[in-house]
Design a protein around this ligand. Structure first.
Ligand SMILES: NC(=O)c1ccc[n+]([C@@H]2O[C@H](COP(=O)([O-])OP(=O)(O)OC[C@H]3O[C@@H](n4cnc5c(N)ncnc54)[C@H](OP(=O)(O)O)[C@@H]3O)[C@@H](O)[C@H]2O)c1
Length: 250
């Protein structure tokens, strides 16, 4: 069975990835949708058709979830055509003040789970499969007051870049998307009340997903929505990081 796996499918970008992936990848017979809020996923897919859906309720912050996921794959032995590592979260505040468990939770979901799930899924991927990682503009320059979050997204970029090289011969493509702020539950959940965040241009969820799927189909490595952020990415490459840290603080 040809399947697609989308993490963080219960809200925001993930919910939209489910909707648009149905059209973008008509060859996929079943989508496995991962998140904790099972009921929310169920409601999201109620009116969708074009493929079957399997809801996989997992808390990706827990190591046991990888074992559970791995066992499920072993049982069904699918052909994974698409993996979208979208689940993620980040908290706003100083490292000294934010609860440690929140900081570690974002490392567990954004770094550990992404690395574990990718390695597990690769065992079931063949030529022409695609992997998408949801990164952020926060990955371009270290963001003070979203210090852990921006570091986790920088990890994603580095990991994806190296993985893309490893998978070249196997013709498995790797794409990262680096969106700017979007109006999703992310902001509320992360307690983001930063003035910088409010001033930045917001990205449209539908457009970000459309552009990402198009880039993945073309086997492009990076997709960044909006000229403003494309320019920021270039600046981050050419200017010394130490100059940009004060500007990029959230
Ligand atoms: N919104 C922004 O401004 C922005 C900007 C750049 C990048 N991003 C990135 O975009 C991605 C999607 O975020 P979003 O903006 O769509 O926010 P969102 O609406 O809060 O979605 C986050 C998703 O991650 C899932 N998730 C969180 N913790 C989880 C856990 N422990 N186990 C399993 N799933 C978990 C959530 O599902 P459950 O709660 O149901 O488990 C939810 O489906 C993230 O990687 C985020 O870093 C967001």
């Amino acid at each position: 069975m040809k399947i697609g796996i989308i993490t963080g499918a219960s809200s925001g970008l993930g919910k939209e990835f489910v909707r648009q992936s149905l059209k973008a990848f008509p060859e996929i017979e079943e989508f496995w949708l991962v998140a904790r809020r099972e009921e929310k996923i169920r409601k999201n897919v109620e009116s969708l058709d074009g493929a079957k859906f399997k809801i996989v309720p997992l808390d990706l912050a827990k190591d046991d979830s990888y074992k559970e996921f791995s066992a499920l794959l072993k049982e069904e032995n699918p052909d994974i055509k698409l993996l979208i590592n979208n689940a993620g979260l980040g908290f706003w505040g100083a490292v000294k003040e934010l609860p440690v468990h929140q900081q570690i939770n974002s490392v567990d979901v954004n770094v550990k789970a992404v690395s574990a799930l990718t390695a597990i899924c690769l065992q079931y991927m063949k030529e022409n499969a695609r992997i998408i990682f949801v990164s952020s503009i926060a990955s371009f320059v270290p963001n003070a007051y979203m210090t852990v979050y921006s570091a986790t997204k920088a990890y994603i970029n580095s990991y994806a870049r190296a993985l893309r090289y490893e998978l070249k011969k196997q013709k498995i493509s790797v794409t990262i998307v680096c969106p700017g702020p979007m109006d999703t539950e992310f902001i509320e959940r992360g307690g983001v009340r930063s003035k910088t965040f409010k001033k930045l241009p917001y990205c449209n969820v539908e457009k970000v997903v459309k552009g990402t799927l198009k880039a993945a189909k073309k086997r492009k490595f990076v997709y960044t929505n909006k000229m403003f952020y494309k320019f920021y990415r270039v600046l981050a490459k050419i200017l010394p990081t130490a100059w940009l840290v004060p500007v990029a603080k959230t």
